[in-house]
Design a protein around this ligand. Structure first.
Ligand SMILES: C[S@@+](CC[C@H](N)C(=O)[O-])C[C@H]1O[C@@H](n2cnc3c(N)ncnc32)[C@H](O)[C@@H]1O
Length: 284
């Protein structure tokens, strides 16, 4: 179709208007409202583009950011601080998950140009299932960050015997957490990215870049929708499709080194993917 791609011209024109209009003026407010409505109908009717791909804005499905986060916290208050709790109803998949994670991680660590094995950060760690089975066998020290205090408290029992190599337990929500600068060889983000809005996930990934040592990597492992962005009201999370995740990762300035689908999970489960990413060497 002739019009295909014309939205790019509209986009750059509008960006210009955004910059030039006074942000508090009525014309700016009107311009924004018209732009959103017009642009979305235009894309849908003329270019047949699924809106969610261009507007990977979780705010469209979340309906209220504060409530989105509050509901997730409410959900986790009822979740037991056990491996079963961390795996939802799928404890039987834990060993397959761990085995694949270990294999995937091995590709990016040790040796010239690869990530080191000094220190890793487990994000959305829960009680430390990933720390225990995937990270501690490889890294000299590991740090945990999770929003639930009781999970981190339990982590200290659960990781007993290896406690001296677990250096820090940060009780923070990822949207408010900044990894210490240039500290980590690997930052692992598993089954937690869906609890962050697009904007917060994007900003968190940007902060992670600063937390990485040279050759450091981030590994993000999560459920991936077959298409679009699906809201799960039960635990107040979203499941993004692969193209949305990729676009967020790339927008943050990371380059995807490799992505791999988790194998060995039942067909009826939502697909799970692992994405390894590294800071663009051109960036400061
Ligand atoms: C499904 S569990 C996964 C735990 C662990 N990553 C694993 O694979 O065993 C999700 C974890 O994410 C944490 N979480 C959810 N939203 C979070 C947020 N906004 N910031 C930090 N942690 C969060 C929960 O407290 C919970 O421990």
């Amino acid at each position: 179709m002739d019009g295909k791609g014309a939205h790019l011209a509209f986009k750059s024109r509008w960006r210009k208007t955004d910059e030039e209009l006074c942000r508090h003026s009525m014309s700016f407010i009107l311009h924004k409202a018209i732009r959103t409505d017009f642009f979305q109908s235009y894309l849908y009717l003329l270019e047949r583009l699924p809106l969610v791909k261009l507007y990977a804005l979780t705010s469209e499905v979340i309906n209220g950011e504060m409530q989105f986060y509050a509901r997730a916290k409410h959900f986790y208050r009822e979740v037991p601080a056990t491996e079963e709790g961390m795996m939802g109803d799928y404890i039987e998949l834990s060993s397959t998950d761990i085995e694949s994670s270990r294999e995937f991680l091995r590709k990016f660590i040790g040796g010239p140009g690869k990530a080191g094995t000094e220190c890793a950060l487990d994000c959305g760690s829960g009680i430390g299932r990933v720390t225990k089975h995937v990270l501690l066998p490889v890294f000299k020290s590991v740090e945990l960050v999770d929003m639930m205090e009781n999970f981190l408290a339990e982590a200290q029992n659960y990781l007993q015997g290896k406690k001296d190599r677990v250096k820090m337990y940060y009780c923070y929500s990822l949207q408010e957490f900044t990894p210490a600068p240039q500290k980590y060889d690997v930052i692992w983000i598993q089954w937690v990215s869906g609890y962050l809005t697009d904007k917060d996930l994007l900003e968190f990934l940007i902060r992670c870049q600063n937390g990485l040592k040279d050759n450091g990597i981030v590994i993000l492992k999560d459920n991936v929708a077959r298409e679009g962005c699906i809201m799960d009201p039960l635990d107040s999370s979203v499941i993004r499709d692969l193209s949305i995740l990729q676009s967020l990762v790339e927008k943050s300035g990371f380059t995807i080194l490799q992505q791999e689908r988790q194998e060995g999970f039942p067909e009826q489960c939502v697909p799970v993917w692992m994405l390894a990413m590294q800071k663009d060497p051109g960036l400061p």
